[in-house]
Design a protein around this ligand. Structure first.
Ligand code: MG
Length: 370
């Protein structure tokens, strides 16, 4: 029995993790739950699961501990073996680092922390003996393709659904509404990541994530648009062979594999694959001329140092403003490009450097919007 903590338990990935655990009660014990601000759902979860610990990041009154430190507290408990980090945004970083230093497996759905501080995450894992196992479907797919033959990996191709604006013109895209952006064709996810999928920022974040997870240069990392979201990633090996991982879109599969890697557990909870029902699979290039935020994100990844943290922080501010209807859709990419252009890249080799970059970008992005 392995002890599991879920950070972000009331969100989409958190709830899917509970679905997986419900079917795997013989193998995993839920020890800790931490949520952002949804007290009602957290209390329901606590009633069902009776975890040893539960806490809320934002909120007061009620029972149980509150405050940002509940994430680290849940993540570092001695009875926790695996931390599912499914919080949204930069707020997840401290808990990831603390869990890795405490020797835990971090099943990471919080891609922003790896993007901001990829080097620090690797160092924390080395220091404490922890490991990062990606939950993100593309990276989880890569892991499934390469396990046991990592040294022979030559190139990765991540797939992107293309989001709701795959065929929109640049002019129309500039004024897309919040409702348009939240209408994702294949994946049902939280609002922030759904907007990130519409701008293709999500895919730029994932390229950076892949760079840190699999140690490949950006020349060996590619993205292809695949509207059906059936193939999650392709891994190409030194001999030219390509292995892909397929399945109907479901986060429960990658979550389960992140818990069990490098082995597999029997599970019948997800829809069985049927190639005929999957229908024709198509692939097309990314329109990086139209999706400026994607272009800026890839450039930030290549620049390295603090540039990815700037990219991430500016995007978080811009997406929040867009969801609040304070800026137009087209402004998200412009804002990211503008703030990145003003930033002088320095090495992201300390938590202070990362935090400074993150907070500078948030302040600057807010100023530019006003
Ligand atoms: Mg993904």
């Amino acid at each position: 029995m392995r002890g599991v903590a879920i950070l972000g338990s009331t969100g989409s990935i958190g709830r899917s993790t509970l679905e997986v655990l419900r079917r795997q009660r013989d193998h995993f014990r839920l020890v800790a739950l931490a949520a952002g601000q949804n007290r009602e759902t957290l209390e329901e979860q606590v009633r069902e699961w009776r975890p040893a610990f539960s806490g809320l990041v934002l909120g007061n009154g009620g029972t149980g501990p509150t405050g940002p430190e509940v994430l680290v507290e849940a993540a570092t408990r001695p009875d926790v073996d695996i931390v599912v980090n499914a919080v949204v945004g930069a707020v997840g970083l401290d808990a990831t680092l603390a869990a890795l230093r405490a020797g835990k497996r971090v099943a990471l759905a919080n891609k922003e922390t790896l993007v901001m501080a990829g080097e620090l995450v690797a160092r924390a894992a080395e220091q404490g003996g922890g490991e990062v196992v990606p939950v993100d479907s593309e990276h989880n797919a890569v892991l499934q393709c390469i396990t046991g033959q990592e040294p022979a990996l030559r190139r990765l191709i991540l797939t992107a659904s293309g989001g709701p604006f795959r065929e929109w013109s640049a002019d129309r895209l500039a004024h897309a509404s919040v409702e348009d952006a939240l209408r994702h064709p294949t994946w049902k996810m939280g609002n922030k990541i759904t907007v990130d999928s519409a701008t293709l920022v999500n895919k730029a974040l994932e390229l950076i994530e892949a760079h840190y997870l699999f140690g490949l240069s950006y020349d060996a990392l590619e993205v292809v648009v695949h509207p059906q979201s059936i193939v999650h990633a392709f891994a190409e090996f030194q001999d030219g062979s390509v292995i892909a991982q397929l399945g109907f879109p479901s986060m429960e599969l990658p979550i389960l594999y992140a818990l069990t890697h490098p082995t597999r557990l029997a599970d019948t909870g997800t829809r069985r694959f049927d190639p005929v029902a999957a229908g024709p699979l198509t692939f097309e290039p990314v329109r990086s001329d139209v999706f400026g935020a994607f272009r800026a994100g890839v450039a930030a990844g290549r620049a390295g140092g603090t540039a990815p943290a700037i990219f991430n922080a500016t995007n978080e501010v811009a997406v929040a403003a867009f969801l609040d209807r304070r800026i137009a859709f087209g402004r998200i990419g412009e804002l990211i490009e503008g703030v990145l252009e003003e930033h002088t890249v320095v090495p992201a080799d300390s938590i202070e450097a990362v935090r400074a970059a993150d907070s500078w970008a948030r302040t600057r992005a807010t100023e530019v919007m006003q």
